[in-house]
Design a protein around this ligand. Structure first.
Ligand code: 2PG
Ligand code: MG
Length: 444
């Protein structure tokens, strides 16, 4: 928060200096195209407040997108295979910047409401969700800079919980060029006492897994997918889990790790026949639920993300009743407060996957988080498969005291940027830092 200084002479003629706190003012908004980790363009926005404080943010992009996500403006045509974002850049420069410069950058809620109003469509299709989000995140950073605080503390003075990472070591689905239908096979190091130990453990398991896969399937098996996990030529989900278990065991961490899946089931759902086609076999919803029960029982899977297709609230509710596990809605909820509330009334799941670009603005993501917590749900803050070096979500997960983050394997710059930022935050918090560990399912 900046201050406004002025002076006047009091009734005795003495000079009185007055300093009034005021919200930081937006001095400039700039935007440019930069590349994400897939080499596709994305929006980078700079917001400058009070002439000197810069906030910069990159907008992430998904590949296994939910049908209900807001519209990300892409240019089409030949340039970058149609993925250019010059239209979104022009939304920032030609429409949003002129409307915002000279107005307050905080409170965030009001700024974001203004962004939404300027777009004026329910799905952000006029100016683009990627344009709005870039400004929303960059403004939060600029205001944090103006207040002299790290982002996580600016967002929450009581931020102190370091998350359990869901480390994605085997990639399938839309994130890999193999025939594994389930998209992400993750380990969650719940049995260590610090975030840095959880990262060291994960990295060690990843190295062991590399050798196991190379030996069993040949060296091409250790090529990696979009989120840095290996993409071996496996089709059966249980075979992938078996390799993960072997790696964890050989690394000596069997009693410290639990397992998670992002099934991204919409992507192996045949909507016409209303069946799931998993590893070449057609399965009904009931078959799939029984299969998940067996994974929970035999393979230590405690967390299932998008286990069923993105509109099957009823199926999510059935699964949540049957399994003592974390059932996370990603494509189902698209970080939308209304969809979270609806799911809660049905008991459809018990955890929100929080992605800022699904929500559209930071405030809307925070609203969805608030709704999740009110209903007693847990929150997993998540990256997108198309990321940059921007580590906004690391500050966000600590700010929410959410206790879980999903940001890929512990390799590749766009992934390690998030983990490395968490290491910095852990150090900054010092003895105040609490690693979520086994309490990962307890909401903030
Ligand atoms: C998901 C995400 C991130 P994408 O399905 O959870 O892992 O994938 O960003 O491609 O939608
Ligand atoms: Mg997902």
């Amino acid at each position: 928060m900046g201050s406004l200084n002025f002076g006047f002479n009091d009734t005795r003629g003495d000079k009185v200096e007055v300093s009034v706190l005021r919200e930081p003012q937006i001095s400039a908004v700039r935007a440019r195209e930069v590349l994400d980790c897939r080499g596709l363009p994305t929006v980078q926005v700079d917001v400058v407040v009070d002439d000197v404080f810069l906030g910069r943010a990159d907008v992430p992009a998904g590949r296994s997108r939910g049908r209900h996500e807001p519209v990300e403006l892409r240019d089409g045509g030949r340039r970058f295979g149609g993925f250019g974002v010059r239209r979104a850049i022009s939304s920032v420069k030609d429409v949003l910047a002129p409307a915002l410069v000279g107005s307050p950058a905080a409170p965030q809620r009001l700024l974001d409401a203004r962004l939404v109003e300027l777009d004026g469509t329910p799905d952000r299709s006029r100016l683009g969700a990627n344009a709005l989000l870039g400004i929303s995140l960059a403004a939060a950073r600029a205001v944090a800079a103006a207040s002299g605080q790290p982002l996580y503390r600016h967002l929450n003075a009581d931020a102190h919980v370091l998350p359990v990472p869901q480390i994605n070591l085997i990639n399938g689905g839309k994130h890999a060029s193999n025939d594994l239908d389930i998209q992400e096979f993750t380990i969650m190091p719940v049995g260590v006492s610090t975030f840095s130990d959880s990262l060291a453990l994960s990295s060690e398991v990843n190295l062991v897994l590399h050798d196991i896969l190379a030996k069993r399937y040949g060296k091409a098996a250790v090529n990696v997918g979009d989120e840095g996990g290996f993409a071996p030529p496996i089709t059966e989900p249980t075979e992938a889990l078996e390799q993960l278990h072997l790696a964890v065991e050989q690394a000596g961490y069997s009693d410290m790790v639990v397992y998670g899946l992002d099934c991204a089931a919409s992507h192996f759902f045949d909507a016409e026949r209303r069946v799931y086609v998993l590893a070449g076999k057609s399965q009904s919803r009931e078959d799939l639920i029984s299969f998940y029960e067996s994974l929970a029982k035999n393979w230590g899977v405690v967390s299932f993300e998008d286990p069923l297709e993105e509109d099957d609230f009823e199926g999510f509710a059935e699964l949540t009743r049957r399994l003592d596990a974390q059932i996370i809605g990603d494509d189902l909820l698209v970080t939308n407060r209304g969809r979270v509330a609806h799911a809660q009334t049905l008991g459809a799941g018990n955890a929100l996957l929080l992605k800022v670009n699904q929500a559209g603005t930071l405030s809307e993501a925070l609203e969805a988080a608030r709704q999740a917590v009110q209903g007693g749900w847990s929150i997993v803050v998540s990256e997108r498969s198309g990321e940059t070096e921007d580590a906004f979500i690391s500050d966000l997960v600590v700010a929410l005291n959410a206790g879980q983050i999903k940001t890929g394997a512990p390799v590749r710059g766009e992934r390690t940027a998030k983990y490395n930022r968490l290491l910095q935050i852990e150090e900054e918090l010092g003895s105040a830092a609490v690693y979520a560990g086994l309490s990962y399912r307890r909401p903030c």
